[in-house]
Design a binder for this molecule. Sequence first.
Ligand code: PHE
Length: 342
Amino acid sequence: MSDRLAGIRQEILDGISQLSSSRAVYEFKKKFMDSKTGKIGQLMKEMKTIAPEERASFGKGVNELKEWANRRFDELDEKMRARELQRRYESEKIDVTMPAEMAETGNLHPITQTRNQLIDVFAGMGFEIFEPKEIENDYYNFTALNTPKDHPARDMQDTFYLSPDFLLATQTSAAQIHAMETRELPIKMLAPGKVFRSDDDATHSPMFHQMEGLVVDKKITLCDLKGMLDMFVKKMYGEGTTTRLRPSYFPFTEPSVEVDVSCFECGGKGCKLCKGTGWIEILGAGIVNKKVLENCGIDSEEYSGLAFGIGIERVAMLKYGIDNIKLLFESDLRVLRQIDDN
Ligand code: PHE
């Protein structure tokens, strides 16, 4: 019997030297120690078949073997685990002096940046934002703006009609009517939105952005308009910039003006940007036509208004020196990355 025990002991010693991981130690240990299938476990079961006089020394021998084996396995297990932990530490070692991987951040689109700057300027003067619609009906886009169906001014804007009555908004001016119909007086609103015209060249795109401004109150005059626009161009293009108003025509404003900004490139001397004139056309504006106020149920004897419509792409192109509007719509990161004012 003691030969058998010695054999098992030898088997363990031989096996142990081959083991190289804690997992292998665990498996190898099970082969001996498992109470049902393990070699030592089985010896314990054999107890009852042993002659009574030998039982005590057999039991003692098995127990000694068991304790010895357990110690071997525990020692080895501890060694293996320490080695494995060490290996893990080494493989996961972090070099804290290494430069961090930078997360790439994008920037807002130039049109969004420009829109936000415009909003900032006018919000500072007390304007509230009013959301224009992209699909309008004929009444809001034209008729209520004093541009009835047979009016020649409809030719100024090449309209995309969806049906005889519905169309893609050609101007944010439609928001003037919605604001006057729904807001309490006085009104001071800014409506930034998308507009659509069948028009396509280096400075025109079938879809572009406008920002409508509308003020309706008692005693509003062209001076208020000029004052606000002067403030706007100074904030947008620099302190030295001013505006000049030229007579123009829009059906919904009377008088109507075309607003020029003094050339911020050459300071008015004349250059390529201002085509030698010292002035750059920047927006359309005017005093709200009395007919428009009346179409919205506003007493035109008591109230008057001013309105302006700014082309956001135009402001952005002038500000960032972009000569083709398409650059703003091509999503070319080489262009977009250069414009980051926020
Ligand atoms: N809606 C006009 C346009 O699109 C601009 C404008 C707005 C003019 C408000 C006067 C007043 O050209």
